[in-house]
Design a protein around this ligand. Structure first.
Ligand code: AMP
Length: 219
């Protein structure tokens, strides 16, 4: 089962993909997390992408394609995956189709499109904090850590991502509108798109995403 999360930054893709991953036993493939890990490790890839990410721009399609191809070859992804942050451009969507067709996965089964009003996105992102060690996400108001400034999961220090600063968030939203939003009609015309209202609590949105997923699993 190959599921793609689509939606603007701050729509809740990572949170919902994580919950579906736990429920359905499919790995969450977060390209953003993979790149952040590369940056933290100081690898060649990390050094190449850091300034692009900090500015809220997109990493080039060829690099992303290679990162995803390598990840989907890992044994835990043999039964499928929940894509969180990929594909993000039309070129990526097309090369993803070719990659899946040439391998064991075949094709995308379902695209979950999370819709959220722009002001809500800005509000969510500016209140987001991420663990500097394990990448777990928190929201200062709606999903605060038990002890301020520390990750509940691993005890790491919580920080604001460079690209969650308000001025960068506005740029990321503009990049989303230009580069990624066209994928909504791309997947709709293929009959794969399932639109989900991304407003409300994490549990409310999860029950909508889960209903779509359950429908696709039983189809
Ligand atoms: P995210 O955590 O998904 O918001 O991703 C953080 C940043 O990583 C993005 O702003 C991009 O710079 C980069 N990134 C993640 N996924 C992709 C992708 N599919 N294509 C290009 N850049 C990406």
């Amino acid at each position: 089962m190959l599921v793609v999360f689509l939606g603007p930054p701050g729509a809740g893709k990572g949170t919902q993909a994580g919950r579906l991953s736990a429920k359905y036993g499919l790995p969450q493939v977060s390209t953003g997390d993979m790149l952040r890990e590369a940056v933290a490790a100081g690898s060649e890839l990390g050094r190449r992408v850091q300034s692009i990410m900090d500015a809220g721009e997109l990493v080039d399609d060829a690099t992303m394609e290679a990162v995803v191809e390598e990840r989907l070859r890992q044994p835990d992804a043999h039964g499928g995956a929940i894509m969180d942050g990929y594909p993000r451009t039309r070129v990526q969507a097309e090369s993803f189709e070719r990659l899946l067709a040439s391998g064991r996965h075949g094709a995308v089964d379902l695209v979950l499109f999370l819709e959220v009003a722009e002001e809500t996105l800005v509000q969510r992102l500016s209140h987001r904090r991420a663990c500097s060690q394990c990448n777990a996400n928190y929201h200062l108001e709606f999903k605060p850590p038990a002890t301020g400034g520390t990750c509940d999961r691993c005890g790491g220090t919580l920080v604001q991502r460079e690209d969650d600063r308000e001025e960068v968030v506005r740029d990321r939203l503009a990049v989303y509108r230009t580069a990624t939003q066209p994928l909504v009609s791309y997947y709709r015309t293929r009959g794969l798109l399932y639109e989900i209202d991304g407003a409300g609590s994490i549990d409310e949105v999860f029950s909508r995403a889960d209903a779509a997923m359950a429908g696709a699993v039983s189809a």
